[in-house]
Design a protein around this ligand. Structure first.
Ligand code: FES
Ligand code: FES
Length: 197
C-alpha cells in the first residue's frame, strides 16, 4: 500500500547519488527496476528510453493529449508530466502490462472487436485511460456529468456521456471516438476489471 506521501511501504525515497542523479526503485508491469536517473527524467522517457517500453507514446509532451497515459498504483496519469524520482517505490502499469500471458485485457479485446482505432498512435493511452475509467467508476468517483442525485460513493454507471466525459483527456487525431466509446461501454458491460500488474 502507498504511504500518506504516496510512497510504497518500506521505500525510503530516492537516494541522491550526486547533484543531478538519484537512485530509486520502480516496479513496472510487475518487474522491480533499480535505477539511477537524472532528476529531470520523466516517467515517459524512463519507460521509452531506459526500459525500452515503447508502447506508451509521446504526443505533445505537455499533458494535453493523453497519448502517454499509464497507471500509477492503479490510477491513470499522464506520464510526460511525472518526474521519475518523485515516484520511488510506485507500481506502474503500461499497455504492455495489461495482458495476462496470451490473454489480452478485456479492453484490448473490445478495441479490436469494435475496430476502435485507425493509425493506433493514441490507442495505448486510450486503453490505459479506459482501464482507469472502469476503476474510477467502480470506486464511485463522480465525473462532471454524473447526476447530482447519484448516491455518494456508489459505483457510477458508465453511460456514453460518462465515457465521453471521462475519456475527454485522450485525443484521437483520427477521430475514432465513436468506436472508442463503444469499446469502453462493451468492456464496462462485461464487468472488465483493472487487471494489469
Ligand atoms: S504526451 Fe503526455 S499528455 Fe501528450
Ligand atoms: S487512432 Fe490515430 S490518433 Fe487515434
Amino acid at each position: 500500500m502507498p504511504t500518506a506521501d504516496g510512497r510504497r511501504d518500506g521505500a525510503d525515497g530516492p537516494r541522491p547519488v550526486n547533484g543531478r542523479h538519484s537512485a530509486l526503485t520502480l516496479t513496472v508491469n510487475g518487474t522491480p527496476h533499480a535505477l539511477t536517473l537524472d532528476h529531470r527524467t520523466t516517467v515517459l522517457d524512463l519507460l521509452r528510453e531506459h526500459l525500452g517500453l515503447t508502447g506508451t507514446k509521446k504526443g505533445c509532451d505537455h499533458g494535453q493529449c493523453g497519448a502517454c497515459t499509464v497507471l500509477v498504483d492503479g490510477r491513470r496519469a499522464n506520464s510526460c508530466l511525472l518526474l521519475a524520482v518523485a515516484h520511488d517505490g510506485r507500481r506502474i502499469t503500461t499497455v504492455e502490462g495489461l495482458a495476462h500471458a496470451d490473454r489480452l485485457h478485456p479492453l484490448q479485446e473490445a478495441f479490436l472487436e469494435r475496430d476502435a482505432l485507425q493509425c493506433g498512435y493514441c490507442t495505448p493511452g486510450q486503453i490505459c485511460s479506459a482501464v482507469g475509467v472502469l476503476a474510477e467508476a467502480a470506486d464511485g468517483f463522480p465525473s462532471h456529468v454524473t447526476p447530482d442525485t447519484a448516491p455518494s460513493g456508489a459505483p457510477v454507471a458508465l453511460t456514453a456521456d460518462e465515457i465521453r466525459e471521462r475519456m475527454s483527456g485522450n485525443l484521437c487525431r483520427c477521430g475514432a471516438y465513436p468506436r472508442i466509446v463503444e469499446a469502453v461501454a462493451d468492456a464496462a458491460a462485461a464487468g472488465a476489471g483493472v487487471g494489469g500488474r
